[in-house]
Design a protein around this ligand. Sequence first.
Ligand code: ATP
Ligand code: MG
Length: 420
Amino acid sequence: MIKGIKGVKDLLPEETPRWRFLEETARRWASRYGFHEIRIPIFEVTTLFARSIGTSTDIVEKEMYTFQDRDGTSVTLRPEGTAGTVRAYIEHNRAAVPVPQKYFYLGPMFRHERPQAGRLRQFHQFGVESLGTADPRADVEVISLLWRMLSDLRLPGLTLEINNLGYTGDRDAYRPHLVAYLKQYESRLCVNCRNRLEANPLRVLDCKVPECRAITETAPRLAESLSGEANSYFTKVLMGLDAVKIPYALNHRLVRGLDYYNLTTFEVTSTNLGAQNAVGAGGRYDGLVETLGGPPTPAVGFALGLERMSMLAPEFERAKMLDDASIYVAGFGDQGSMAGLAALEELRLTGLTTVSDFRSTTLKAHLRQADRLACRFTLIIGDDEAVKGSAILRNMETKAQHDVTLSGLAPQISSLVTSP
Ligand code: ATP
Ligand code: MG
C-alpha cells in the first residue's frame, strides 16, 4: 500500500466544512479591512526565497523543498507567502497603481520540519500584505485584522505580543552589546545559538530552549539602542492600538533577524496550543521590495497558521453540515429507479441539494441511508408511484408525509422543504 507523506495530511469530507468555515471567516475579515485576494504560484525560483527570507534562517537553511527543474533551474515549493506576493507586486508594477496595495492570500505552504501536533510539512496559511504605506496606522490596521478575526472565532487564551526592531542602524548599534553579553555564556547556549552568535545574533533572543531563554532574559535590550525616530514611530503604533482598544503585551525578545524587517514586529500566541503556541506573526518589512529589485516600498503584513487556528476552535455545530445534504431521493424498482433518477436531476437543476444511494434496492434500505446522510427530507418513488406519476415527500424528523406529482415536481418540493 502506498501511504501519504509524513507531515502531509488529508482533509476528509468530515473536516472540510470546518476548514471552509475558517477560510470563509478569513476572507470575510480580510475584505472588511479592504484587502483583496492575490493567488501566487506554489513554486518559485529558489533565489527568491533565499534572498527574501534570508540565508541564515531555519527556513532557508534546512526547511525548504528545493529541486532541480528539467532545465536545471533550482525551484522551491513556497515555504511562506510574502516572497511570492512581493515578487508579483514588483513584476506587475503595482507601485504605479495610485491606491494602497493591500493583498491577502490563503493556501498551502511547504517546510521540511519534524512533524508534530501543529507542525506539518504541508500546512496552510492565511496572510495579508499592506504595501506602500509608511504610516503607523497601517501597522495598527493589520494587527487589528489579525486580532479581531481570531477574537471573532472565539479562540481561547490569546495574547498579542509586540516589539520594536527599530531601523537597521539601531540594530547595528545594538548588536555588539548583545554579542559581548552572549559571549560570556557561549558554552551554555544551544548548538544553534552558538552558530547564530556569528551569523545572526539577534535570533538568539528568539530561541525557545529554556537555558538560552534564561540567558537572554537579562541580556541588554534592543529598546535601549533605539533611535528617537524609531521610538516615536512605535509609540504611535501603540497609541493606535490603544485607540482601537486592542490589548497587547510588550515582548523585547520578539525579533525577526533580517535587515529588511524593521520597527513593528508582533505575534499572537495561545496558551491552549502547547509547544507550538504561535498562531500568527508578522511585522513591518520596509526594505524587502527594494531588496528584490523593486522601488523603495514600505510594507507590513502577517501570516497565520490555519492548522493551529483549527486546533484552537474544535467545536463547530454539526448544523452547518446538515444544511448541505437536504433531500434524499429513494427510487426503487425498475420504473421507480428511473423516475428517481429524473427527480434527482430536476431538483438539482433547480438548485436543491439532492442525494441518493444507488446501492439501496428497498425503501427500508433507502430510509436508513437518508438518516445516515442526515437528509431532512426523502422523496419516495417506488414502481407504484412511478406508474401513477406521483411520489411521497417524507419529513425525516417529523415523519409527516405529503403526496406530490412527478409533473411539475421541483416547485412543489421547493415550497414544501422551505415551509417551516
Ligand atoms: P514557529 O515558531 O512555530 O516555527 P515560524 O516563525 O516558523 O513559527 P512563521 O513563518 O511566522 O512561523 O509563520 C506564521 C504562522 O504559520 C505560525 O505562527 C504558525 O501558526 C504557522 N506555521 C509555521 N510553520 C508551520 C508548520 N510547519 N506547520 C503548521 N503551521 C505552521
Ligand atoms: Mg518555524
